[in-house]
Design a protein around this ligand. Structure first.
Ligand code: BMA
Length: 333
């Protein structure tokens, strides 16, 4: 399909939004001018609040937030917001209800995503079950949370669900990893009929390697829930470069086939947003922009992206779907 591309989905007239500033000519994603929207110390226990997921809920917004507490323990907290900009986050961690005490016994939880599929808000996160893997749970009210089986064997991170079944199956992106700060990483897709058994694994794409420097030459991982559009699934992801001072995390974009989403139609060569503001460059982990959630308003094509900044605070950024898709296509390689 050619011409103007649009989002296939619901209207969200109260999406948090700022128009693109006039001096932002070279950028296709622009930042909220009062970032960060969530400071590191919003709740008493917190050392940092970042890499978190926000969804529309009951006329406002709700979410699951990564809070590292002051012992630097990583866990998940529920929260809510009327406007998507000012948040209330519970000081207590989420206590998942789970039929199997062995599965409930995870010792760390981090980097949540939330995805509404068939009326349930599924939560996926990086779950320490004898090594990091993808934890899965759901909630219907952001008060009671139920935990399901882990999706994969360790080691895996960044489990991201698609917002509807495709050919009758749930679909999840993930990034197999190792025990540490993984120095590699490619994105795969898996499918499940029941949210318990995952298989039919397919390769999407990997880091851009081959001795050539790029913003994503070390590893890549999925970000927010993919956005359904008239051009295919719009996928925002993170890519990592290893500099002489460590990892640098930026955002990139790709478009996936609508029916066979492991088939990549376009992958943008330049980054879409890179750590360049103080709050992205200075913090517990310098130089990190880590997108985990996106809100969309289908009629206007507005996209609002939540991202962790420097593993310390949460930022908000904006894009217009037609402009973003055109940029990805023009700069695809
Ligand atoms: C990854 C995860 C993320 C973090 C990123 C940058 O491995 O731990 O939570 O944002 O590193 O430190």
């Amino acid at each position: 399909m050619s011409g103007k591309q649009t989002i296939i989905g619901e209207a969200l007239p109260n999406i948090p939004w700022q128009d693109k500033p006039a001096d932002c000519k070279n950028d296709v994603i622009w930042r909220y001018d009062a970032n960060p929207v969530i400071p590191r110390n919003l709740i008493p226990c917190a050392n940092a609040i970042f890499n978190s997921a926000v969804v529309p809920f009951e006329g406002g917004f709700a979410g699951v937030f990564r809070v590292d507490d002051r012992s630097r323990h990583m866990d998940l907290h529920a929260g809510r917001s009327k406007d998507g900009i000012n948040f209330e986050i519970d000081n207590e961690t989420i206590k998942f209800q789970c039929d199997d005490p062995e599965i409930a016994n995870s010792i760390e939880r981090y980097d949540p995503r939330v995805c509404l599929v068939d009326g349930k808000y599924y939560v996926t996160w990086c779950n320490n079950y004898n090594g990091y893997t993808i934890g899965v749970g759901y909630t219907e009210d952001f008060k009671t949370f139920h935990q399901l089986e882990n999706a994969f064997l360790p080691y895996n991170r960044n489990g991201v669900l698609f917002p509807r079944k495709i050919n009758g199956e749930f679909v999840m992106l993930s990034r197999p990893s190792d025990t540490g700060h993984t120095p590699f990483g490619d994105i795969f897709l898996s499918r499940s009929k029941d949210m318990t058994y995952w298989g039919k694994h397919r390769f999407l794409f990997g880091s851009r390697r081959g001795g050539v420097m790029s913003w994503e030459c070390t590893k890549v991982g999925p970000g927010p829930t993919p956005i359904e559009t008239t051009e295919g699934w719009l996928m925002i992801y993170h890519g990592v470069l290893t500099s002489c001072n460590g990892f640098i995390y930026s955002m990139g974009g790709a478009i996936l086939d609508i029916d066979e989403p492991w088939k990549v139609k376009y992958r943008c060569k330049p980054y879409l947003l890179a750590p360049q503001r103080d709050y992205e460059c200075v913090g517990d982990t310098p130089n990190v922009c880590f997108p985990c959630a996106a809100l969309t308003d289908a009629p206007s094509g507005k996209i609002a992206i939540y991202y962790g900044a420097a593993d310390t605070v949460t930022g908000l950024a904006f894009a217009q779907v037609d402009e973003l898709i055109a940029y990805i296509k023009e700069n695809a390689e």
